[in-house]
Design a protein around this ligand. Structure first.
Ligand SMILES: Cc1cc2nc3c(=O)[nH]c(=O)nc-3n(C[C@H](O)[C@H](O)[C@H](O)COP(=O)(O)OP(=O)(O)OC[C@H]3O[C@@H](n4cnc5c(N)ncnc54)[C@H](O)[C@@H]3O)c2cc1C
Length: 385
């Protein structure tokens, strides 16, 4: 069967691209491996899908080319997507930091995308796995449900994170097949793991902090886990973390640790008791009185005060690893932006071949940015196919 375009992957980017191309009169087929399209959307945002952010710029993304996302983000903005959500009467709210969530369920976003596809006469085949792609003039896509032919082929198969909801490496395999470069992939927006069992007894404790790594800083909560640290600030930092790069944590983000200790120099309180007014007592004790030998503040000399201040506001943490793709919300790296037109997402080497969404080396921060990239990159390709 012949189509103008075949989209591989019925997730956020694939469904939206198909609907938009369909509106332009293109005959589009979406091939989805899962029985149900948009499964990652369904589990996103704790079931409420943080579908965009009020403020989005290229600075909210990690890519080898930090300018690549600009063009697509400018041509399909958060306001554009919010307009679509409103047109479908989906109620939403801002949770924090510009993050927009469905008030009801993330399924509403999937239903909206499917309705858009239906209105644009998109054909969707689900429960269908792609076996082989060949090119003989048009692209020939061989699947478990037969072969399909198209002039354009859009790869919207996502990244490697959360394999239990259907992630596969097909996008990277297709890129390699056509000689297209891939920036090394790794799990991100993911909890980080410490060596040994350090701080295990703090599992579940959450602290408002500022986390800095590789020149970027995030002010949100950190959460101790059985294996290391998680929480929004750590997930954000994981986008910038490399092995050997220490992460610096300021546990007193609204104050100056040195001033605090100098102000309390005459106090007979122990350091950990003083700090229990600022961070959870359990954490104050584990971090500032680990051997039970913490002394009253009025007995500390200048060097000891300076060391305590450094530990409170410049705590350097060396992580061993991440919790891997099973726990990662996204995949860093992917199809190299050097290989793609930033206007169309089309391959510079292979006419008619497009890559959109998470499979591309553009990864957003936590907070709705990854879906906005899916919508914006999908829209760019939809105007070109
Ligand atoms: C738990 C979790 C929560 C998240 N929450 C948010 C959030 O609230 N806000 C946000 O912005 N981002 C969130 N993300 C990230 C976001 O879900 C992704 O960045 C986004 O879905 C990427 O869109 P995509 O279309 O590129 O890929 P996907 O949505 O992953 O879609 C790819 C599709 O391709 C299909 N596929 C894969 N291989 C094949 C194949 N061989 N043949 C056919 N089909 C195939 C998959 O089954 C899938 O349906 C979250 C991610 C996770 C894991």
């Amino acid at each position: 069967m012949k189509f103008d375009a075949i989209v591989i992957g019925g997730g956020a980017a694939g469904l939206f691209c198909a609907a938009e191309a369909g509106k332009r009169g293109r005959r589009v087929l979406v091939i989805e491996r899962n029985a149900e399209a948009g499964r990652k959307i369904i589990i996103s945002g704790g079931g409420r899908c943080n579908f965009t952010n009020r403020e989005v710029s290229a600075q909210n993304f990690v890519s080898r080319n930090p300018h690549f996302a600009k063009s697509a983000l400018a041509r399909y903005t958060p306001d554009d997507f919010v307009g679509l959500v409103k047109a479908h009467n989906i109620e939403f709210y801002e949770k924090k930091l510009g993050q927009l969530f469905c008030r009801g369920s993330s399924r509403q976003i999937v239903e909206m995308l499917l309705a858009e596809c239906r209105d644009s006469n998109v054909r969707l085949i689900s429960g269908c796995s792609v076996e082989k792609i060949t090119r003989d003039g048009p692209f020939i896509v061989s699947t478990s449900q037969g072969s399909f032919v198209s002039e354009s082929l859009v790869i919207a198969s996502g990244g490697l994170s959360f394999p239990k909801v259907g992630a596969t490496d097909i996008g990277y395999r297709v890129a390699r097949q056509f000689g297209i470069d891939i920036v090394e992939t790794r799990p991100s927006l993911v909890p980080l793991v410490l060596s040994g069992k350090a701080y295990r007894e703090l599992a579940g404790v959450s602290i408002d902090a500022r986390v800095s790594v590789d020149g970027e800083s995030f002010r949100e909560n950190i959460l101790f886990t059985h294996r290391g640290l998680s929480g929004p600030a750590i997930l954000q930092a994981s986008n910038y973390w490399h092995r050997e790069t220490p992460v610096t944590i300021d546990l007193l983000p609204d104050g100056n640790a040195r001033d605090l200790f100098v102000r309390n120099r005459g106090s007979r309180k122990r350091l950990d008791n003083l700090l229990a007014d600022y961070i959870p007592a359990k954490a104050a004790e584990r971090l500032f009185n680990p051997d039970g030998r913490s002394r009253p503040l009025n007995t500390l000399n200048d060097a000891e005060i300076a060391a305590a201040a450094e530990q409170l506001s410049g705590w350097k943490v060396h992580f061993r690893d991440t919790e891997g793709y099973d726990k990662a919300e996204v995949t860093l790296g992917g199809v190299s932006t050097d290989e793609l037109s930033s206007k169309t997402m089309g391959s510079k080497k292979v006419a008619g071949l497009y890559f959109i969404g998470e499979v591309v080396d553009v990864t957003g921060w936590l907070g709705g940015y990854n879906f906005q990239w899916a919508w914006s990159s999908a829209f760019a390709a939809a105007q070109a196919i």
